[in-house]
Write a protein that binds this ligand. Structure first.
Ligand SMILES: Nc1nc2c(ncn2[C@@H]2O[C@H](COP(=O)(O)OP(=O)(O)OP(=O)(O)O)[C@@H](O)[C@H]2O)c(=O)[nH]1
Length: 948
């Protein structure tokens, strides 16, 4: 064993090194300083000396009511004078310890049962206080006995006494009398359920004297200690021995304290932050929580004084909520769980319909939304697919049959044409020959403009309708029933203008005989030829009326020759075409013409069955101010009566009343009768069929079906989502369109204008007639215009109030006209405006820089001489140096002498600055120029000949 040094021994004996040196020297052992080594025998001697010299003193002071402070001091007999100082020192330490917050108080015993540090130096006696789970209490002095420590007794008791005032935890009790411990042990054995205090009190028989402040359960009272200390003081050696003996006999036992609740809460207990979130009305529970937490410290914490120590604490639900609240939450949770159990998790099930169900029925067109619905897929999916096919579309766009078929196939669907039972409903009955009766011929008068069609009809009817025509053009299709001595004839007046070609073609369908009017002085013209072709295509026989034979320049032979050139060979020339020379104005040859017509009708054996529901076609339809929608219907077979249920185009209804061509009300109209029908739900289109049905429901169903079809067709046209049109667009590149919505008073005008508008189209700009119809401009027209950026043209019609309001909101342009060519002019202008303007550079003058001046804040001023043209302020200018353009900009200022001027002409001097350019040099040429817009023009020949 290595020799011990003085300072090591001092440490062991817990005495001051200097003091120890003095003592050693007094013992006659030679030492020099604290590093001197001591022999083993010397060490033993010193130890014994110290042991014998140690005197323990206990001082008692009552520091507060019920609180007694015990101060035990260990001094050496040889130095009584130094003892008080030592005691004072300890007291200071105690005072400091007492002030030490609970958090800093060291734990005396670990819950795990290990002995931990006590207050004071490491050598200080440590009392282990542990409580057995069954409540039995044992106290034991485990550390070095006081006798072994002749030096100053550690101040642990006082610290504990002080801390006990604040914390309920039982203090380690170095001074606890083993006898008492044993006694308490005995009591504990007898009554294991009793508290420590009770045990202690029973052991001491002084329970009544236990101070309230320190009577935390399980705590050794100060009074009790006092007694112990007295006993200790009287027989210290005995205690020493007993302690030693005890230590040898039993190992340290860690005893768990019973769950006890201190009466006085430790104030240092922190309230965890989460509680701060409680609502004001929950402050009570917060307070109760605080109390609860204070009142119910964990037994382990009590045991090891952790209650005084701020710790990270986990605040559980039970801390934050009252039992009632927790119960309510639990109940809610159970309800939630039950609901969750009842619910099936959302699962997307992909089902593939049967092959028979993978068919989509389509009429003419179908909207994207409807197609998606029928296929049971999302519209977005359909739109996506359309995009992949190169067809951008929105949900409301209509797809034509072919596109739909292609698209549907992508989704595994087939497309089937929806064969509505319309054909079945409107099935044509086959007439028996015996039911057929002769009927008057329906004659259409055709001819070139101003060749005398209206004059002829006027001559026949002895009426004049020319006076009412705006712009001098016949814009109505009239139907006239003419009773002659030799028979009846129905005349359809078709306009001579070529824009009415479509109507003529339609008229020819119901026409039995065509009277082709050719002016003898004018001959065969373009529209004459068209009329011939249309009549021939329809297989309608033609009777030529060579008009205006009264005119001096009339040349009948020339007309015949020209007609022969177009396949109409006069009878006298061996052909089969009847040609009658007439003068509508003078009434010459009219009867001959009518005779020829009747003769032709006879040859044709025109017959019809009058005894069946009526069937016919709309010749003309309009919106009448007083009577609403009115249609001129030519009954072709059967008999039409008032009150009949009908389908007319997209409308259905009952015939409210009928009028003949002279405006007389009639109740019955047989075959070949033109009648004006009142009681329509809308204005039908010329050429629409007119069918009488027995069942009103059926009529309605047919009409609705047609409306849907028409709407889908219109949408298809608007959106142009067809493969054919897409191809066209690709082929044509970027196209521009003038979208037009046309509303007219009568169908005839509509056809004429529509045809003319279409012919305005050029390769660069197309006129796209989105919608046309008769009647006032409605809200739906304006909406369509707004949606497709179209202009609305009203010909002899006006917009209603609602439509006007909407037009203002949507900024839709509505234009009114009463002459056709004005429409065409305006549209043509609009089309020109839409064409990309081209600019051409026009040099307006040149100036030569003679001198330059630099003026601060202004820049370089060029003193110039205008050599040609003129120089204008704000004109564009090019700075040319040695033939190279060095800058291209704008003239910023232009002066003559000191005056600002607008322009300076050739031969004059001027000063100018160029915007943002100061590097002008003498000798530079300034070229002033302007960009001139070259107005675009339409390609010639497209419409000039069309408009009159
Ligand atoms: N001299 C003469 N003039 C005629 C005759 N028939 C018609 N006219 C005149 O020719 C002009 C045109 O006659 P319309 O009957 O309006 O001719 P249209 O073919 O109906 O003309 P649109 O309605 O514009 O297609 C009028 O000024 C008539 O007076 C005729 O037999 N002799």
């Amino acid at each position: 064993m290595a020799r011990m040094r003085v300072h090591e021994l001092a440490k062991e004996l817990n005495v001051n090194t200097k003091e120890l040196i003095d003592r050693i020297m007094k013992l006659g052992i030679p030492v020099k300083n604290h590093m001197s080594t001591l022999t083993d025998s010397s060490v033993e001697r010193i130890r014994e000396h110290f042991e014998e010299a140690t005197v323990e003193r206990v001082e008692k002071t009552r520091v507060a009511r019920g609180v007694i402070r015990r101060r035990r001091t260990t001094t050496l007999e040889e130095f009584p004078a130094e003892a008080p100082a030592e005691a004072e020192q300890v007291e200071e330490v105690v005072g400091a310890a007492a002030e030490v917050p609970a958090s800093e108080a060291p734990a005396a015993v670990e819950v795990t049962g290990e002995v931990s540090e006590a207050v004071g130096p490491p050598e200080a006696p440590v009392e282990v206080v542990a409580v057995e789970p069954d409540g039995a209490v044992e106290t034991e002095i485990q550390a070095k006995a006081v006798t072994e420590t002749p030096a100053v007794e550690p101040p642990s008791e006082e610290v504990e006494a002080a801390t006990l005032l604040e914390a309920p935890a039982p203090a380690s009790e170095p001074g606890a009398e083993p006898v008492e411990a044993e006694a308490s042990e005995e009591v504990a054995e007898e009554a294991p359920e009793e508290t420590f205090e009770e045990t202690e009190a029973a052991a001491e028989g002084e329970a009544a004297e236990v101070p309230a402040a320190v009577t935390a359960e399980g705590e050794v009272t100060a009074e009790g200690e006092e007694e112990e200390e007295e006993e200790d003081a009287s027989k210290p050696k005995k205690a020493k021995r007993r302690r030693r003996k005890k230590r040898k006999e039993e190992p340290a036992r860690i005893i768990r304290l019973p769950d006890i609740v201190p009466e006085e809460p430790a104030e240092e207990v922190d309230i965890p932050a989460p509680i701060a979130r409680l609502k004001p009305d929950e402050q009570v529970s917060r307070e109760s929580l605080r109390k609860k937490r204070v009142k119910e410290p964990d037994a382990r914490e009590i045991a090891d004084h952790k209650v005084r120590k701020p710790r990270k604490e986990v605040v559980g639900r039970e801390n934050l909520y009252t039992k009632k609240e927790l119960a309510a939450q639990a109940e809610r949770g159970r309800v939630k769980d039950r609901r969750a159990e009842g619910r099936e998790p959302h699962k997307q099930v992909v089902t593939v319909p049967k092959a028979a169900k993978r068919r989509v029925k389509i009429d003419e067109a179908i909207t994207v939304a409807n197609l998606a619905k029928q296929m049971g897929v999302k519209a977005t999916e359909v739109i996506k697919k359309l995009l992949l096919l190169g067809l951008p579309a929105n949900i409301n766009q209509a797809l034509d049959f072919d596109t739909s078929a292609l698209l549907a196939s992508e989704f595994g669907y087939e497309v089937e044409r929806a064969g509505f039972e319309e054909e079945e409903v409107l099935q044509v009955q086959q007439d028996h020959p015996e039911d057929l009766r002769p009927r008057p011929p329906v004659v259409t008068v055709m001819g070139h403009v101003d060749h005398g069609k209206t004059s002829l009809l006027d001559a026949i009817r002895h009426s004049n309708v020319i006076a009412g025509e705006a712009g001098g053009i016949t814009q109505h299709i009239g139907a006239y029933y003419v009773q002659l001595d030799t028979g009846d004839v129905v005349f359809l007046d078709t306009p001579g203008h070529e824009a009415f070609t479509a109507m003529r073609a339609r008229g020819a369908e119901v026409t039995d005989i065509v009277i082709l009017v050719v002016a003898a002085d004018d001959g065969v013209m373009q529209q004459t030829v068209e009329a011939i072709n249309h009549s021939k295509a329809a297989g309608v026989p033609i009777i030529v009326a060579i008009n205006k034979i009264d005119k001096p320049d009339a040349n009948v032979e020339r007309v015949k020759r020209e007609l022969a050139d177009h396949g109409l060979i006069p009878e006298e020339w061996g052909g089969d075409v009847t040609m009658v020379e007439i003068s509508a104005k003078k009434g010459i040859g009219i009867d001959d013409l009518l005779e020829m017509v009747l003769l032709q009708a006879e040859l044709m054996e025109l017959k019809a069955n009058p005894d069946k529901p009526a069937r016919g076609h709309v010749i003309e339809a309009k919106l009448d101010k007083g009577r609403g929608p009115v249609a001129t219907v030519l009954v072709q077979e059967g008999t039409l009566r008032e009150g009949d249920v009908y389908v007319c185009g997209t409308y259905s209804g009952r015939v409210r009343s009928m009028f003949n061509d002279r405006g007389q009300r009639i109740t019955v109209a047989g075959p070949a009768w033109p009648v004006e029908v009142v009681g329509l739900s809308g204005v039908p289109n010329a050429g629409d069929d007119f069918v009488v049905l027995a069942d009103e429901k059926q009529a309605k169903a047919v009409a609705e079906h047609r409306q849907v079809k028409q709407r889908e067709k219109e949408l298809t046209r608007t959106t142009k989502v067809t493969l054919e049109k897409l191809y066209e667009q690709i082929k044509e590149g970027q196209i521009k369109e003038v979208n037009v919505i046309l509303k007219t008073d009568v169908q005839g005008s509509l056809e004429a204008i529509a045809d003319s508008l279409e012919k305005l189209s050029t390769p660069d700009v197309k006129v796209n007639l989105l919608h046309s119809g008769t009647g006032a401009i409605s809200e739906s027209d304006v909406m369509l215009a707004s949606a497709s950026n179209a202009i609305v043209i009203g010909f002899n019609v006006r917009a209603d109030v609602n439509a006007l309001e909407l037009a203002e909101q949507e900024s839709v342009d509505i234009r009114y006209y009463d002459v056709i060519y004005q429409i065409l002019n305006d549209i043509r202008d609009a089309m020109v405006g839409m064409l990309e303007p081209t600019f051409e550079e026009n040099v307006i003058g040149r100036a030569e820089v003679r001198q330059t001046f630099h003026v601060s804040k202004v820049g370089t001023i060029a003193g110039c001489y205008v050599v040609s043209g003129k120089v204008e302020r704000n004109a564009k200018v090019r700075v040319v140096r040695d033939g190279v353009v060095v800058y291209d900009g704008k003239i910023a200022s232009l002066k003559r002498f000191k005056d600002d001027v607008k322009e300076v002409k050739s031969g004059f001097e001027c000063g100018l600055t160029v915007d943002n350019f100061n590097d002008i040099k003498s000798g530079d040429i300034l070229e002033a120029y302007e960009m001139v817009e070259i107005k675009p023009t339409l390609e010639p020949g497209s419409s000039e000949q069309n408009s009159r």
